[in-house]
Design a protein around this ligand. Structure first.
Ligand code: ATP
Length: 399
């Protein structure tokens, strides 16, 4: 073809290195901002591992996007290198327990991550073997190739049960492994997670606990500035990063949201054929970040689970200015929605369960109230998401 084909963009006018803004990107140390103390505390807790001794088991708490996974992965990676210099073979496995919530899935992920078939000659199939066999293979892998293994269990509260924690924390004592030492790093957004843990697991898993505080606007700004070379020179309008930081700081200092907003703002500029990322794009980008997050949260939910949410949304959008609503009130609106949709409503008890599931996903918050002797106690439900965002996503899911 003699003329150049203008169907494809050969050179991205906005992004120079978009990977820096991808959510799974693990930035190098220079780009990790404001977490020096947390990193050094974590390093201190796992320090014995570089000499082949048992690292402490750790539980990290903090709201979403406060750098928990990032710091846990970063310290683990650094530990492997330092241990290697000391002649100790260390490895780490990362498990997203929201994805791998069953014991079998989690142990399978750990075994595959730590395996090196050229050394162990052990195969970890995706399926087709029992949980007990996965464990057996995991123990063999650990003993045959590693001195120390760090196992990061992200969103640990999403695990179906404590069995895997029991297995991992007791493997040495129970004689399942002989030479390898295991350290578990549990991560959770739920400060109350520990209360539901089995006492024995709690005592061994929670040797060290850390709480990661939210970022303030200045820190969010530095986090974004440290990645501004994701964009071409001069493309970002000066006020973009401060504006994105201010918005993300308003909602509990979530770095993930801040970075998402920045990436989306760039994509909006791209799709509008603009050569600059303007401040006004930040507002649209934020809405998109919220909508995307929420869409992800309710992906795969059942129609009735959505009707329940829709009921609470209808109430929240009502002009009454009220924010929290009693179960019976939500149930009334839910029944109306079912009628409109031509569906048979579920029982009040089932609706209560569905509300509880939404609370578990942090879509709503539940609070117990005492209505005095005449009324007894009751529960109120309040949406944590912006009701406009919820409405938008629910409408598009129904279509
Ligand atoms: N201090 C920081 N410096 C640079 N980037 C950061 C920092 N903290 C978080 N980020 C970035 O923000 C995003 C979210 O961080 P991370 O996954 O560690 O959060 P989290 O606390 O584990 O949240 P969640 O509980 O939702 O998993 C990642 O892309 C990460 O690279």
């Amino acid at each position: 073809m003699s003329e150049s084909d203008d169907l494809f963009i050969r050179e991205d006018p906005i992004f120079a290195n978009k990977e820096l803004l991808e959510i799974n990107h693990l930035p190098d140390e220079g780009r990790i901002v404001g977490r020096d103390e947390e990193i050094s505390q974590l390093a201190n807790a796992v320090n014995p591992a570089i000499f082949g001794q048992s690292p402490s088991n750790i539980l990290i708490y903090g709201k979403t996007g406060t750098g928990k996974s990032l710091c846990a992965k970063y310290v683990s990676q650094r530990l492997i290198t330092t241990a290697d210099e000391e002649g100790v073979t260390a490895g780490f496995a990362y498990v997203d327990c929201a994805q791998d919530s069953t014991e079998t899935q989690a142990v399978q992920t750990i075994a595959s991550a730590l395996n090196d078939r050229s050394i162990t000659d052990i195969k970890i199939p995706d399926r087709g073997i029992s949980t007990a066999t996965y464990y057996k293979r995991l123990w063999s892998i650990l003993d045959s190739r590693l001195d120390v293994a760090l196992i990061i269990l992200d969103e640990i509260d999403k695990l179906d049960g404590d069995d895997i924690l029991m297995q991992l924390s007791r493997a040495g004592e129970a004689g399942k492994i002989e030479d390898c030492k295991i350290g578990v790093i549990g991560i959770s957004n739920k400060i109350k997670y520990k209360d539901r843990m089995d006492e024995r697991v709690k005592s061994s898993l929670c040797e060290r606990e850390f709480v990661f505080p939210p970022y303030d606007a200045t820190q969010l700004r530095s986090i974004m500035e440290a990645r501004s070379d994701a964009f071409r020179d001069g493309v970002l309008e000066e006020s973009v990063i401060p504006r994105a930081a201010a918005l993300a700081a308003k909602e509990h200092g979530d770095a993930r949201k801040a970075i998402d907003i920045l990436r989306y703002a760039g994509e909006i500029a791209q799709s509008n054929d603009m050569g600059t990322v303007r401040e006004e794009f930040v507002i649209q980008a934020r809405e998109r970040a919220e909508t995307d997050r929420f869409r992800e949260l309710i992906r795969g939910s059942t129609p009735h689970s959505r009707y329940v949410l829709q009921a609470l949304t209808v109430l929240s959008l009502d002009e009454s200015q009220q924010e929290a609503f009693r179960t019976t009130k939500v149930f009334d609106v839910y029944q109306q929605i079912c009628r409109q949709e031509g569906a048979d409503p579920l029982s009040l008890r089932r609706v209560r369960d569905l509300l509880k599931e939404h609370a578990f996903l942090d879509i709503l918050e539940q609070s117990r109230h005492s209505g005095g002797s005449a009324e007894g106690s009751y529960t109120e439900h309040q949406l944590l998401e912006d009701p406009h965002v919820v409405k938008k996503v629910l409408t598009e899911t129904v279509e």
